[in-house]
Design a protein around this ligand. Structure first.
Ligand code: ADP
Ligand code: MG
Length: 731
């Protein structure tokens, strides 16, 4: 019988990069093709008349709704541009709660009196009603009245993928409730801009807007297509549900930042070319810590656009990978015992005057502003640490957290030595002696080193879920397959709410008669003390930290279905309401979707594992056992009774071991199936998810232990599933 594994290994090893990536870019410089498939402002000038355009830009820049008449003119311009570039279809491109993106293509024509005419109306640009009844809505929209609308987001430019014009849109129910990630993400940026501007007025009255920036770092694995197809678990669930650890994996750290293998480099060049063409400013590529793990990162952008770009890049990656006979694994933990993949979200706030509010400034005033924003982020993360964990938790990311250099399932903030020292000094500073206000209204804090906060905050504490890295925060707990909008909108809203509180606190003191600087200083000192529990620079893996975190009142829950509850804490509902980011019904529906998705993912994994062990592992084990038994019999025929005992000793032992593992697997599969049936009978999505977490997952782990043990026992030639060493080292 042919062994699929050996065939796959042979194909993968012999695979040469048939693809000359250098010819893709034809030696052109990125400058030439960057954003060539985007309807940029530059392009717009060519296709849309001046007065319409200035109205459009003005509306977009000030966050106003675009008038339908404007949309009509813009649509005509878009169509001319798109058709000129070979487009035949268009689609509203949106971000349903399933993660990933959705699209439904329509051709650029319609029939008029039996004749075909090219058309793309303002209405088609503005709004659509995709028959999207099967997208999860968590009960907001019943399927029998499947009215979900997608509506144009003019702040993210339209772009071309192949012959299809993609229009970034929000996706909402007919009641106006959000059914996607983009809607609340945009709402959160509005809330944050408003709240941050108000606080900025203490320091600089010229500030009118505050933008939220996001620079994501996307980690991923590549596996050769042939090997991928020989692993049903990778194909169907995106991760290996079993597989014994390879003798060598990442211990030597020789892969990290090493030379990128040629075939992979070809893939990366091709990927970057495709990404740059649609305006994604990808800049960084390197090997990651695990073998066959890589990372790409762009230059940061406005969070709404950056998130669109990340989602777009994920789909481009899958497409380009196939061209190179690779499969890209975006799962957070494709291989047990090996580093998982995250999506570090570098987050910062920038004023319309170009000042990064999270970077130390040039003068004491700017530094006070910096400290103010830094502390408000700390306060927000502390108050909503459970919620922030909920914003990143999923069935897949849960496997990554807390192991192999991934952040633990407790949210804390790493500040680094320098900033910690600054805060300590400020806390001790005596306001009466410390604050010196000179004629120019400049302020010193009596702590000489504040104006000289250095930028080289070289934090290499990779296990911190939320780290300050010199001029931004890096939310590292976000999972590689996630829509980072979920995390970003929670963070934005939490910080917006906190800034409102801060302003109230300061204004109260001013109303009580304190000078502004003194009021700011007092509240800052208060906050420094109040946010101590969230600050943690140590080892997030130690048991002491788990105990310490619990003492500090941080959220230590690790069960994903229970972590999702944090969306419905009174303080979360209040915060999302106050900032107008999500109302209670939207929050409840999101939780329903999250629980349901959790259940489905574990359910599929559990079924696949059952199939794998029953139809792949047990037959191989039995075949090997039979071979040993035949050997035992043969020995008996040839040798004397005393000799038989010693000659067969080892075979006996292996036969028994196999029997033990096989029996355990059969019992395990029974237990797992029963657990699944019981879970399916739970009355609601939350209880189902909890049952899957509490009973199905442990049963799966149990089965895996025995399957992995058998992998080490059974004759290598009989083992049909590609092994970790093959999946991780062949490229
Ligand atoms: P590292 O791996 O050291 O964190 P990378 O270069 O891989 O660094 O990624 C850094 C990411 O942070 C990039 O996406 C970059 O654009 C982004 N970034 C840099 N400065 C800012 C900032 N002020 N705000 C948001 N993102 C930023
Ligand atoms: Mg980073």
């Amino acid at each position: 019988m042919a062994n699929l594994r050996f065939e796959a290994v042979k194909i993968a090893i012999e695979r040469k990069s048939a693809f000359n990536s250098k010819s893709v870019t034809k030696g052109e410089r990125a400058k030439v093709y960057f954003a060539q498939d985007v309807f940029t402002r530059e392009q717009m000038k060519e296709f849309i008349s001046g007065d319409i355009l200035s109205q459009l830009f003005d509306d977009v820049d000030n966050g106003r709704t675009i008038h339908r008449d404007i949309a009509e003119s813009v649509a005509i311009g878009i169509r001319r541009w798109a058709i000129g570039r070979g487009a035949t279809h268009y689609t509203h491109w949106f971000q349903p709660l399933t993660e990933g993106t959705a699209e439904k293509h329509d051709a650029f024509f319609t029939l008029k009196d039996g004749a075909l005419i090219e058309e793309f109306s303002g209405d088609s640009l503005y709004q659509q009603e995709p028959d999207a009844s099967s997208f999860p809505s968590g009960g907001i929209r019943n399927t029998f009245e499947a009215r979900g609308y997608s509506a144009w987001d003019p702040s993210s430019p339209v772009f071309l993928i192949g012959d299809t014009l993609c229009i970034p849109t929000v996706f909402v129910a007919y009641t106006g409730e959000a059914l996607d990630y983009k809607t609340p993400l945009i709402r959160s940026t509005v809330a944050l801009s408003h709240a941050a501007c108000e606080v900025c007025q203490y320091f600089d009255k010229t500030i009118k807007q505050v933008h939220t920036n996001l620079g994501w770092e996307q980690e991923y694995f590549l596996v050769d297509e042939a090997l991928f197809y020989a692993r049903p678990d990778l194909m169907l669930t995106g991760r290996t549900l079993m597989g014994h650890m390879s003798a060598k994996n990442q211990q030597l750290e020789d892969h990290y930042f090493g030379a990128i293998p040629e075939r992979v480099l070809d893939f990366m060049r091709d990927l970057e070319y495709e990404a740059l063409k649609v305006g994604i400013p990808v800049r960084t590529r390197h090997n990651e810590v695990a073998p066959n793990q890589f990372e790409m990162a762009p230059i940061y952008e406005d969070v709404n656009l950056a998130n669109d770009h990340n989602l777009l890049v994920m789909s481009i990656m899958e497409r380009v990978a196939q061209r190179h006979h690779f499969r890209v694994l975006l799962h957070e933990k494709p291989f047990e015992g090996v580093n998982g993949s995250g999506k570090h979200c570098n987050w910062s706030l920038e004023t319309n005057t170009g000042v990064n509010l999270l970077a130390p400034g040039k003068n004491p005033y700017q530094n006070l502003q910096f400290i103010t924003f830094l502390l408000n982020v700390l306060m927000a993360v502390q108050r909503h640490n459970g919620l922030l964990k909920a914003s990143i938790i999923s069935a897949t990311n849960a496997h990554r957290l807390g192991a192999n250099e991934a952040p633990p399932a407790i949210i804390s903030v790493f500040l680094g030595k320098q900033i910690s020292e600054v805060l300590d000094k400020l806390e001790q500073a005596d306001a009466d002696k410390g604050i010196i206000i000179n004629a120019k209204k400049e302020m010193k804090l009596g702590v000489g080193n504040i104006p000289e906060i250095l930028l080289d905050n070289t934090d290499r504490n990779r296990t911190s879920p939320f780290a300050f890295t010199g001029n931004r925060f890096e939310f590292r707990a976000v999972g590689s397959s996630a829509n980072c909008g979920a995390a970003m909108l929670a963070l934005n809203a939490a910080v917006a709410e906190q800034l409102m509180t801060f302003k109230n606190d300061v204004d109260q003191l001013i109303a009580d008669g304190l000078p502004k600087e003194r009021a700011l200083f007092n509240i800052i000192k208060e906050y420094i003390v109040a946010c101590k529990p969230i600050r943690f620079d140590g080892n997030g893996y130690s048991d002491e930290w788990k105990q310490e975190a619990a003492r500090r009142g941080l959220d230590c829950e690790t069960s994903a279905p229970l972590v999702i509850d944090r969306y419905l804490l009174p303080q979360s509902i209040q915060m999302f309401g106050k900032t107008n980011v999500l109302n209670e019904s939207e929050l409840r529906s999101r939780c329903e979707v999250k629980w349901e998705t959790y259940t489905k993912k574990v359910q599929i994994e559990s079924r696949v594992l059952g199939d794998l062990v029953i139809n792949h592992v047990l037959p191989a084990a039995k075949r090997y056992q039979t071979m040993l038994l035949q050997n035992v019999l043969a020995v008996k025929q040839v040798f004397s009774e005393e000799e038989v005992r010693s000659l067969n000793k080892q075979d006996y032992s292996i036969i028994r071991q196999i029997e033990m593992h096989v029996t355990a697997i059969l019992a395990g599969v029974d237990d797992m199936t029963t657990a699944r049936h019981q879970a399916n009978r739970q009355p609601d999505e939350r209880s189902k998810a909890i049952a899957y977490h509490d009973h199905v997952l442990p049963a799966m782990e149990d089965i895996r232990t025995h399957a992995d043990a058998l992998e080490m026992i059974v004759d290598d030639e009989m083992w049909a599933l590609p092994k970790y060493r093959e999946l991780l080292f062949i490229h």
